[in-house]
Design a protein around this ligand. Structure first.
Ligand SMILES: Cc1ncc(COP(=O)(O)O)c(C=O)c1O
Ligand SMILES: N[C@@H](CCCC[NH3+])C(=O)O
Length: 463
């Protein structure tokens, strides 16, 4: 394996005068605990370990690319959310961030509930033993078949997303001789400070029923008239990767306002509100995530205060964090392949995965960190762009990164904070095989989602 140094390229400050990559970190070997899973450390010989196992051994046993989940960290974060909200509230982990049967079992053991948004997620949850009454079923276009399965399974709630769905769920439930518990998802008109593709509470988008123009109030009227439905609450989700709690506070304020209007018009006090997920995590050292206790306190206080003022009984609160629980607990391990220094620009570092295992950079212009993990290096920092192996110039994993200039093919690099929306959004673009997910805990590593094989790909190709 050659260890030739690459030219450092232009000074970073000239290319990125501001922000995280304006200047190289003092030491490229240091791993910022903010962005790495809890048990990740660098040993004295320079190799990084997770759950007590070194990444070289992991790469040898499981191959690369691969996602490694720190089980102890996942459980600790799930527990922290559960404790922060206490017995008076419910935490529904959002399965869309990443779902597998092991994850469902961990959640169940830690006392969390589960939010699913498709028949596939529902099947995974049920097959891993999540009690149906602890499952919430979401989606802006649930099929009749999905609704039927959810009702038959006895899910704890279906979150209604449109006027048509109110009628559809009511009829299906009635035809099955059931009265289905439902919440109505409303859009509260908040512009969440996040990427436009993951903001969901402004009016001009596909989710929910707007509070504006009395539409949500009309949805409540219709739902209350239908025998197949038991309307238990109102739901709001304002978006994802949000750091500022003010959006949640405005949402809570507006949802309580609707509860008050419902009480005044119908004489009933709905017993629940769900304030969705969306709390941001640290992808780079510049991000400062909120603590679940802080968000729990802020939300509970505002709901209680508003309810007191409106003389309403405070509803039971639930939340649906996905990214904040699983995101920081995993990293993706890649092997470095081709290294291409482009004079006066930057050095392109190709890895053995790419946009098929992490689409977030291409889709949202997301920022990530990266580190050399198979050894330390005292070489100069070089301006690098970590790219994948796909036939697409937007196939970028880490847009701007400092890596040591002696980086060489065969080195292992890792991208932290890839637990959420990476494996769950993975694709087979270019017929690249989706990587495995390996859970690491206390010196033990086990595959929880195996690597795809060419046989898996060809099995579906029946032409
Ligand atoms: C309804 C709903 N709940 C919860 C979540 C989870 O969001 P996050 O992973 O940002 O916590 C989402 C995704 O944004 C969602 O659409
Ligand atoms: N997939 C998005 C989050 C969307 C969450 C679903 N409403 C992301 O990677 O950030």
């Amino acid at each position: 394996m050659s260890r030739s140094a690459h030219p450092a390229g232009p000074r970073h400050a000239d290319v990125f005068p501001e922000g995280h990559y304006a200047a190289p970190p003092a030491d490229l070997n240091t791993l910022d605990p903010k962005v790495w899973a809890q048990t990740v450390t660098r040993t004295d010989d320079g190799v990084v370990t997770v759950g007590g196992i070194d990444v070289k051994a992991l790469a040898e046993e499981f191959g690369t690319p691969a996602y490694f989940v720190d089980e102890a960290d996942f459980r600790a974060r799930a527990r922290a959310w559960r404790t922060a909200f206490g017995q008076e509230a419910d935490v529904f982990y959002a399965g869309k961030a990443f779902l597998s049967r092991a994850i469902v079992r961990w959640l169940h053991e830690e006392g969390l509930n589960l939010d699913v948004c498709s028949g596939g997620e529902l099947a995974t949850a049920l097959s891993a033993g999540m009690p149906a009454d602890r499952i919430a079923f979401h989606g802006n276009n649930k099929s009749e078949e999905e609704i039927r399965r959810a009702v038959e399974a006895g899910v704890g709630r279906i979150v209604l997303d449109s006027f048509q769905e109110i009628v559809r769920v009511a009829h299906l439930a009635q035809s099955l001789g059931r009265r289905q518990k439902v919440q109505i998802r409303v859009t509260v008109g908040v512009e969440a400070h996040t990427h436009e593709f993951i903001a969901t509470a402004h009016e001009d988008q596909k989710f929910g029923i707007p509070l504006a123009g009395g539409q949500a109030a009309e949805a409540v009227r219709r739902a209350l008239k239908l025998d197949g439905l038991d309307l238990i609450g109102i739901h709001s989700h304002i978006g994802s990767q949000i750091f500022d709690t003010s959006g949640f506070e405005v949402a809570a304020h507006r949802v309580v306002g609707l509860l008050k209007d419902i009480r005044d018009e119908h004489g009933i006090e709905l017993p629940e509100i769900d304030l969705g997920g969306g709390l941001g995590i640290a992808y780079t050292s510049d991000d400062d995530p909120r603590d679940p206790h802080e968000i729990a306190k802020a939300l509970t206080e505002i709901v209680n205060r508003e309810c007191d003022a409106a003389r309403l009984r405070a509803p039971r609160i639930s939340v649906e964090p996905g990214r904040a629980i699983v995101g920081p607990t995993a990293f993706t391990l890649y092997e470095v392949g081709t290294i291409k220094p482009l004079d006066g620009l930057r050095t392109y570092v190709s890895v053995d995965g790419g946009m098929s295992d992490n689409i977030r950079t291409a889709l949202y212009d997301a920022e990530y960190s990266v580190a050399l993990v198979s050894r330390t290096s005292d070489a100069e920092p070089m301006l690098a762009r970590v790219v994948g192996k796909h036939c697409e110039s937007g196939d970028i994993v880490v847009k701007d990164a400092f890596l040591p200039a002696d980086l060489a093919p065969g080195d292992l690099i890792a991208v932290p904070a890839t637990g959420a929306y990476c494996r769950s959004m993975a694709s087979n673009y270019n017929h690249v095989l989706r990587p495995p997910v390996v859970a690491v805990n206390d010196g033990q590593a086990r595959v929880i989602v195996r690597r795809e094989t060419e046989e898996d790909l060809l099995r579906l190709d029946v032409g």
